[in-house]
Design a protein around this ligand. Structure first.
Ligand code: NZQ
Ligand code: ZN
Length: 401
């Protein structure tokens, strides 16, 4: 069992009518002038933004608004948000949306006090000392950003002449963990099947990234992780056929938060190769993060399986109900990977690059992604097996068959 720190400071208000707490939460955490940040149209269409505005109005809290966050949130809008907040003396940030909106507002929160260019933080050129306080009204269970220290931003190609493709990078420190998260599962009933399935995939993946390690003595953390995985595996396909089922939506929503608030990583090293390899797919093809993960994971698993076949077998038996049958761990593990592929297909997720983008990737594209993922062949990703440029390229090639 590795030493660990567990820090999950976000106050969670979960359930029906939780939005009635918005103004009280903003006031509790010192907000007097708020930025309401949101995405495209979903929060306006559902009436949620009207609820947020009304709540702040009735408490006499001033606010400005900035919408337009897109999936794989862009640096240009972050910069616009920083300027707006400075001009308007905003002291509290409120994200209304999913991972993209939350990450965009986290980056604004960093940029408001950081002396240099906020992008420096994402490329290791600087460290933030502060992040403005922020809260979340969550609309999609997926990224887990409502309780996480993660912040993932995409810098547009036109601002990145060196690579001439978008750069997607994360900055992961505790400063940006939201003060509160309002989570009403009713707000997720409008999610289309594809976004629901992407969320299911990402939630499971956040647990799996921490599960696949060499730390085989973490019984309690394994048990927590396997419970989350089994719950999402069972409820995920059901919610796709019963999208208005509150009970199922609620299980998935809470799973999304505890899958990525650090709980499933207590005492384990964590891997994160699949996420790093996927981020290059999102950057190059602007695909949904969850779908990209499904296209990569089976091939990553196949490639690193020999590092710890027993753990993959445990995953197969305990999570996917693959029978043990006294076979070798490797045989059981391989069956588990096949079962996971089947699961992805059952919820409409791709398991190859071709299924993800509608064509095969070219050799040049895969080399470019492997090069960016390994920071110009200078670093590795993953821990179960440390993957350098050639390994990463091989995984893209396996995913491209
Ligand atoms: O823009 P709108 O119109 O709101 O539509 C959104 C968007 O198109 C829609 N949506 C959200 N809530 C909805 C809804 N549609 C109908 N009803 C609702 N209730 O869903 C689409 C996707 O939203 P997005 O916020 O992009 O999804 P998600 O939460 O999956 O976030 C993905 C981003 O988070 C990053 C990913 O890389 C990606 O950029 N991640 C952030 C992490 C973190 N901060 O800890 C960790 C993750 O591993 C991940 O990398
Ligand atoms: Zn993720």
């Amino acid at each position: 069992m590795q030493d660990f720190k567990y820090y999950a400071p976000t106050e969670v208000i979960f359930g029906r009518n939780s939005e009635t707490q918005i103004a009280a939460m903003v006031q509790k955490y010192g907000g007097k002038k708020v930025l309401i940040h949101y995405g495209g149209q979903s929060a306006e269409r559902s009436g949620l933004l009207a609820v947020v505005r009304k709540s702040l109005d009735s408490a006499g809290i001033a606010y400005v608004e900035l919408g337009g966050v897109v999936p794989n949130p862009r640096l240009s809008l972050v910069r616009k948000g920083i300027e707006l907040c400075k001009a308007e003396n905003v002291d509290f940030l409120l994200a209304v949306g999913g991972g993209s909106v939350i990450d965009s507002i986290k980056a604004i929160g960093y940029g408001l006090d950081y002396k240099g260019d906020v992008w420096d933080l994402f490329i290791g050129k600087g460290e933030a000392d502060t992040c403005r306080p922020l809260g979340v009204v969550l609309t999609i269970p997926a990224a887990g950003s409502e309780m996480s220290e993660g912040c993932v931003i995409t810098k547009e190609a036109e601002q990145e002449p060196v690579t001439s493709t978008d750069m997607k990078r994360s900055y992961d420190v505790d400063l940006c963990r939201p003060r509160f998260a309002i989570m009403n599962p009713e707000r997720t009933l409008t999610l289309p099947p594809f976004q629901t399935a992407c969320g299911i995939t990402d939630i499971m993946m956040h647990t799996m990234e921490r599960y696949f390690s060499h730390d085989d003595d973490m019984l309690i953390t394994d048990a927590v992780a396997e419970s989350i995985l089994k719950t999402v595996r069972q409820c995920g396909p059901k919610v796709l056929t019963a999208p208005l089922n509150y009970h199922l939506r609620a299980q998935i929503m809470w799973a999304g938060s505890i899958a990525h608030n650090g709980l499933t990583g207590c005492g384990t090293t964590g891997d994160w190769a699949t996420h790093n390899i996927e981020h290059e797919l999102s950057a190059l093809y602007n695909v949904a993060h969850g779908a990209g993960l499904a296209a990569i994971w089976p091939h990553w698993a196949e490639y690193v399986l020999d590092e710890n076949p027993t753990r993959f077998a445990q995953f197969a038996v305990n999570v996917l109900d693959v029978p043990n049958n006294f076979r070798s761990a490797k045989e059981t593990a391989i069956e588990g990977i096949a079962a996971m592929k089947q699961f992805y297909h059952s919820i409409g997720m791709p398991t190859s690059i071709q299924e993800l983008i509608g064509r095969k990737a070219t050799e040049e594209e895969m080399q470019l992604m492997a090069n960016k993922c390994s920071i110009g062949k200078t670093s590795t990703v993953g821990n179960l097996k440390k993957l350098a440029y050639n390994d990463i390229l091989k995984i893209y090639q396996l995913a491209n068959r």
